[in-house]
Write a protein that binds this ligand. Structure first.
Ligand SMILES: Cc1cc2nc3c(=O)[nH]c(=O)nc-3n(C[C@H](O)[C@H](O)[C@H](O)COP(=O)(O)OP(=O)(O)OC[C@H]3O[C@@H](n4cnc5c(N)ncnc54)[C@H](O)[C@@H]3O)c2cc1C
Length: 384
């Protein structure tokens, strides 16, 4: 059988996961995978709030995609997909065109500013490695680590998982005498109901109270200007830094008006043959409640389903449908505290923080196939 080429746009949780799964499952080597990504690195995004506070803490947050591609017997092209010609099965990147037999679009998500005036220009965000590092450098430049530093004010826009994890990490690094933290949220509660139960929300609220993090729920942001967050009715909050954690949206080249790719539950694009969507950029037509939550958990699950369906597509077998059901969510409150529920069991405090860290390590090990591979990789990274 002739080898078919699978182009994978995006080397994140979904894209890198698909390449790794294909390598593990494609015993006949009927596919040659090629990852395209404008970044040289796969980013462990679930830890980006850490470098957004302390930019030097980037150990094992970035892994060269080339290394991942080597483990997956895949090729890597360090370029952004600029255009897709679905009819002629060609993609364009870096001024060159490439033919594909299967195409996966897994280009992730980007900040959603909901057209709020000045939001993009007057805030930092923590959604990419570069953005999080820039935020971390801005925080460092406020000089809060200096003994004689005056109190600085940081406004966090959005009290979803991102905003809560970032605010807690910031508080761990800088105490209330150095850093005043206000977290502003349009909804009447912190964290979406799909990610957090009432008991966990109460735990976070108590943490905020204890740590003097002001949560302004039910508060709508109308505009951002330099050093100022404008609220409805002309009220405002002055601050030294504004960090946008207010929302994310599907990104990249796709088939939907907003940029993502619309796929059916098998992760196959209905409009174009042999095109798959996975991870944050995929809009799945499914009645399941969490079918479209933008999480790493879902992207990893998609990687498994998409890789299997790519292989099934070559053998004439029917594609399987994704039935994503989150196992739960662990929300970190700094390095030593966390809260969450996994498989119906609630976790609180240091044990939960340790479980969250173990999750990150488990993710790294699955990425490289085996625990042995991970040990080799870690040795390799540490020795550089
Ligand atoms: C601070 C933070 C904390 C988080 N915590 C959690 C958590 O606790 N649990 C959880 O489940 N989720 C969490 N998430 C969400 C999770 O990180 C995302 O849902 C996940 O990264 C989605 O994976 P993905 O593969 O779809 O996209 P990504 O991981 O974003 O990868 C997309 C890739 O596509 C590349 N790309 C972009 N444009 C192009 C293009 N045109 N051509 C080629 N490549 C392109 C990008 O460079 C990137 O490498 C968190 C996110 C952040 C930022």
């Amino acid at each position: 059988m002739a080898t078919r080429t699978v182009f994978i746009a995006g080397g994140g949780y979904a894209g890198a996961g698909i390449a790794a799964k294909l390598a593990a499952l494609d015993a006949r080597r009927s596919f040659n995978a090629v990852i395209l990504d404008p970044s040289e690195f796969h980013v462990v995004k679930t830890r980006l709030h850490q470098i957004a506070v302390e930019p030097e803490r980037d150990m094992l947050i970035r892994i060269p995609i080339r290394t991942l591609a080597d483990f997956a017997r895949a090729d890597f092209i360090n370029a952004a997909v600029e255009e897709v010609d679905f009819n002629n099965r060609r993609i364009f990147a870096n001024g060159s065109g490439y033919d594909w037999d299967r195409l996966v679009l897994a280009t992730g998500a980007e900040p959603n500013y909901f057209a709020i005036p000045g939001a993009a220009e007057n805030s930092e965000n923590i959604l990419s490695y570069e953005a999080a590092r820039r935020c971390g450098l801005r925080i460092k430049s406020l000089g809060m680590n200096k003994r004689a530093a005056s109190m600085k004010r940081v406004a966090v826009c959005g009290a979803g998982l991102l905003g809560v994890e970032f605010a807690a990490q910031l508080r761990q690094r800088y105490g209330p005498k150095k850093c005043d933290i206000a977290i502003i949220e349009k909804q009447d509660r912190i964290i979406a109901a799909s990610q957090c139960g009432d008991a966990q929300r109460d735990y976070i609220s108590a943490f905020f109270k204890r740590e003097n993090i002001k949560a302004l729920t039910g508060t709508t942001i109308s505009k951002l200007s330099p050093g100022r967050v404008w609220l409805e009715e002309g009220k405002h909050i002055d601050c030294d830094l504004t960090v946008w954690c207010g929302g994310i949206k599907r990104t990249g080249i796709g088939t939907t008006a907003s940029g993502g790719i619309a796929v059916d539950p098998t992760l196959i694009c209905r409009e174009h043959e042999n095109v798959f969507g996975a991870g944050d950029s995929a809009l799945v037509s499914s009645p399941l409640p969490n079918a479209n939550s933008l999480t790493a958990q879902r992207a990893i699950y998609h990687a498994d389903i998409a890789a299997k369906n790519i292989i099934r597509s070559a053998t004439g077998l029917r594609a399987r449908a994704a039935r994503y059901k989150p196992k739960g969510e662990l929300i970190s409150l700094g390095d030593f505290d966390a809260v969450g529920v996994v498989s119906g069991v609630a976790f609180y405090g240091p044990a939960c923080a340790a479980a969250k860290k173990a999750n990150d390590l488990k993710y790294l090990s699955t990425l490289f196939g085996t625990a042995m591979n991970t040990r080799i990789l870690m040795k390799d990274l540490v020795s550089k």
